[in-house]
Design a protein around this ligand. Structure first.
Ligand code: SF4
Ligand code: SF4
Length: 469
């Protein structure tokens, strides 16, 4: 075997410069399925910031104001624990998913692949033509045809990038504010306009030039593949046992009995290489550049059909499937991992939906102990903070002591409202008869009511003299 086998990546030439990839236009059943999946995901990505549920944007990640909406549920900095938990679950999920199913996510769901292969690449095929025409155009001098095609392509790319940047901004600052800024004219919001143009430039750079390099050198998930995959992981794989047989691959000759001659089923047509958007030869084994886009599966299946050999020379399979010549099966390991993944999704969904709309914090006033009052009443003073995470005012709010006999008196002596997505804070006194106390530091359970409805419960420590133990 050559000493330099696989010691360089397909997108860098011998001089160390970028080798531009001109992938052939994919076609085949998997590509069709991917198209449908990508249409659904594009619709989801583009529409999510403009959909409202109970007045809340469906998805919003307002990092500057630290406000997040997920599936229409508003999250605040106070929900940070949920964020940390979902991050931990997310990391476990990604690790398990990748160990079991390889990079399926990259090929089918990743926004980079979807925008690159299903939007920008298709515009490119439409303007520049297929692989051969693109290569010719690239070599061609800057004549009228090339200038016209490049100008058209880059203009379309710019507008798509601008559209994506607007949607991206709608995720960040909220679609209402974005639409308001647009209606007021961009020059009244220069800093937002500058951000928008920077995002547009970044998207243009990524999709017009950087392209597959994102997956190969920039994406941390792609870089982790080496440690996450093992020989049981299901990936897009070339069946080297079948493709190479005893005497290796060989060009197709009509009427030849390849099996009798000991040649494998690979007819060395290079179509799987030509169609690959990351410029690799999948026949060299699993490589970190492979985004599992399945274009080579479709392409090789078409070739196999044409030469009347069984399809599936390149297919979803694990290294073990190929070595042991076993078909893909849903093994107990995959079942186990899938069950764990489902449980994790369930936990996360439960955490998201069972979260309260009102966050209540009741803390003793610093530096204050307790006060004796008439008739053996002990009084403690507290501050309260109520955060309304919804877009509706919570009215007629009051507190009740749930764990002890006693009373809670807000300083203002009246019920109050908590404004939508706002905060109410103040001071309250809790008074409990000594006979109802169990010790000098009782834990109180306090109910927060809107009218007669209990909307949240919280706890607080009540201090009393030691003699009441
Ligand atoms: S497309 Fe199939 S037959 Fe052609 S080179 Fe690739 S693996 Fe071999
Ligand atoms: S090797 Fe096949 S699946 Fe992997 S990126 Fe290339 S075409 Fe897509």
């Amino acid at each position: 075997m050559e000493e330099n086998f696989r010691d360089s990546i397909g997108t860098i030439n011998k001089e160390g410069k970028r080798a531009w990839v001109f992938p052939k236009k994919p076609s085949g059943p998997l590509y069709e399925y991917r198209k449908y999946v990508s249409y659904a995901l594009l619709l989801f990505l583009l529409a999510s910031p403009f959909i409202k549920i109970n007045g809340n944007q469906f998805l919003m990640f307002n990092v500057l104001e630290r406000r997040f909406n997920i599936f229409g549920l508003p999250f605040w900095p106070q929900d940070f624990y949920l964020f940390v938990l979902s991050m931990i679950i997310g990391v476990v999920f990604i690790a398990l998913f990748t160990v079991a199913f390889g990079r399926i996510f990259c090929g089918w769901l990743c926004p980079q692949t979807i925008f690159m292969e299903m939007v920008f690449r298709r515009v490119e095929y439409w303007i520049d033509g297929d692989r051969g025409a693109q290569k010719r155009l690239d070599r061609q001098e800057w004549n009228a045809e090339k200038i016209k095609k490049r100008a058209l392509k880059w203009t379309v790319f710019f507008f798509i990038s601008f559209l994506i940047a607007n949607v991206f901004l709608a995720y960040l600052i909220g679609s209402d504010r974005l639409l308001l800024y647009i209606s007021q004219g961009p020059f009244r919001h220069i800093s937002t306009l500058v951000s928008l143009l920077i995002f547009t430039a970044v998207f243009f750079f990524v999709f017009a030039w950087f392209r597959e390099q994102v997956c190969i050198i920039a994406c941390p998930y792609g870089r982790m593949q080496g440690v996450l995959l093992d020989n049981k992981s299901v990936v897009v794989a070339y069946d080297h046992k079948r493709g190479e047989a005893e005497k290796g691959r060989k060009k197709f000759k009509k009427g030849e009995d390849r099996q009798a001659l000991g040649h494998g089923d690979c007819i060395d047509c290079f179509q799987c290489v030509n169609v690959c958007p990351t410029g690799i030869d999948i026949r060299n084994g699993t490589q970190l550049e492979c985004v599992n886009c399945t274009a080579c599966i479709d392409e090789c299946d078409t070739i196999m059909e044409n030469v009347h050999l069984p399809k599936g020379l390149i297919r979803y399979a694990s290294e073990e499937n190929i070595e042991k010549k076993t078909p893909f099966e849903f093994t107990p390991r995959l079942k186990g991992y899938s069950a764990v993944l489902l449980i994790l999704i369930g936990i996360l969904a439960g955490m998201l939906f069972l979260r309260n709309d009102l966050e209540a914090n009741i803390l003793r006033l610093p530096g204050q102990l307790y006060e004796h009052k008439e008739n053996n009443i002990i009084s403690n003073v507290f501050t309260y903070k109520l955060l309304n995470k919804t877009t509706k005012t919570i009215d007629d709010v009051s507190f009740k002591l749930l764990s002890h006999n006693g009373k809670i008196e807000v300083v203002t002596h009246e019920n109050f409202d908590v404004p939508a997505q706002g905060l109410s804070e103040g001071t309250l006194f809790i008074e409990i008869n000594n006979s109802a106390l169990n010790g000098d530091k009782d834990k109180l359970r306090i109910g927060v009511y809107s009218g007669e409805h209990l909307i949240e419960t919280t706890t607080a420590r009540f201090l009393a003299p030691r003699s009441y133990k």
